[in-house]
Design a protein around this ligand. Sequence first.
Ligand code: ZN
Ligand code: ZN
Length: 385
Amino acid sequence: MPIKITILGSGTAVPSLERSSCSVLMETGSACILFDIGAGTMRRLLEAGRTISDVTHIFISHFHTDHTGELASFLFSTKYPENLRRRTPFILAGARGLRSFYEALMGAYGHWIELPPEIIEIKELSNTGGDFLDFGQFKIETLPMRHIDSSIGYRLTSLDECCAVYTGDTDFTENVVELARDADLMICESAMPDGQKIEMHLTPSLAGQLAARAGVKKLVLTHFYPETESVDIEAQCRKTYSGPLALARDLMTFHLEKKRNSEMRRIIQEFLDAYNAFDIEGMIKLLHREIVFENYSQGERDIVVKGIPEFRGLAENSKGIFEKRRQEVLNINFTDYEAEVQVAFEGILKVDIPSGLKAGDTLKLQGKSLYRFKDGLIIFLADYS
Ligand SMILES: [Zn+2]
Ligand SMILES: [Zn+2]
């Protein structure tokens, strides 16, 4: 399942009409996940087309007010009878200390914000090392960030291995690199401009340096103090990072595609490269041991082979037919379980064939192939011409 990400608050503790305090919404499958819940979150959530009743998880990066300021209001609003009636259980997670933080809010607001225990589940995560939660539809990994004791960064991985990282507030730390390794997207704080760095926070060029070292596929800078508004944040970040870059604005959205699709595309291309080069072992190393290959000519199935030895025999045989051959991918459509590949084939014959073509003639065809995969290998392949 893909991940849809909406920046709900790209700002800080400083009130701003453009930037709410910190919050990010991530949606994958039926999960509706908030990272932080600073002032303005519930309103931005409505603007993003969701309500507080939709929220299934809230992950807190740390207990500063610009990241948690609307939690008490969220709990209070959830008690509004109409909201409570629609409410399904949700999870509130954060670093060790979350439970006492929650109880301290109870101490201040009393039963007015207290939810029935079957509605809210509190989960505490380590603030001294890595931690992990598996919710079925997505997984969460965390590492401590360099900010305050309760600071942790989050890495969310969806069922199809899309991966997004939210650092929360942090100063420069190797843990960002580790947490964000090869992530599809990292939302990283960049509180102050280069040259005006403050303790416990990053600047655009430092965030860029961490993103470059982690090899993230896209970097989104956020948590902008007013000082950042009058400088060229992008140029500062470009000193250290050359990949895709966005500067967060409230209600900006991102969609993370299936990693599985790009993986399937890579295997198909590698298989065809080996095919084109008559590299039979190169083809076979991409095949599952239970491979089934079928060939259809004009709708009739004329070849079926099962297993690697049979496939190798067929491949050796067809190697004898062509002097040169080339399959080129025109288009690939992915479904949940297979890839449908439109291909153009061109081959120069080594021998005469029954259709009447002679050795030296060029055979040109357009057709399609269906690929299915198991354990990162091709388990089913059908050619249609
Ligand atoms: Zn903070
Ligand atoms: Zn902050």
